[in-house]
Design a protein around this ligand. Sequence first.
Ligand code: 1GP
Length: 242
Amino acid sequence: MTILDQLLKKYRKAHFSLIDPDKQEPEEAGKRAGICENYGTNAIMTGGSTVRDRKSVYDTIEAIKKNVRIPVILFPNSAESISENADYIFFMSLLNSRDERFLIREQVKGASLVKRWGIEPISMAYIVVSTSEKPTMVETVAKLDRIGENDIEKAVDYALTAEYLGMECIYLEAGSGAEKPVPNEMIHAVRKEVDIPIIVGGGIKSADIAKEKVDSGADVIVNGTATEENLGIIREIIRGIR
Ligand code: 1GP
């Protein structure tokens, strides 16, 4: 059973807190991770669209691990941000990118590091949904085959592709700080067609919104910006989804 299956068996719905090494000093990252763990988050994800430096990822994870016992999962934007002290790595492909770097090249560069450092891979299909007028950072860098908020069939087609390729989970991503999260109807339609766990993140700013996402079929809710701006909301979101 994968770590994701184990968590979902235990908690039914899970919550991950995303800490971007570029957004604070390692010591502060450690403190924030500790607070998220106290609030009941199930794992700390570490990564971000602008990370370019393995050392900053390493130092951030070291500080996080001093403060938490829950798993640390890398959420890498390239092979450069793979760090040997992580427990797990989302070994992910940005399925709706037109840039082969995000589809497969960085993965090929990083695979032997994952093996050598004994980081456990969690195979993940990363699907970016464009919900907002102002493009999010991931939209600006990823050269997307655009999936708009109403392109529900297209999202389902990508999700099914992920399942048929044998990926362990799907991440429906609206992008960090998105004005609007991935729509409920889209999550619901994907849930109807695929069996693997669905992670949803980007722009989830309240407990009510998070609850709607899990009621629509999300298994895991991710918060990133809130770890920097409003840790209290993470407590409410976790209470709301359980
Ligand atoms: C980004 O989905 C995550 O990869 C988190 O998004 O920063 O909007 O919570 P937020």
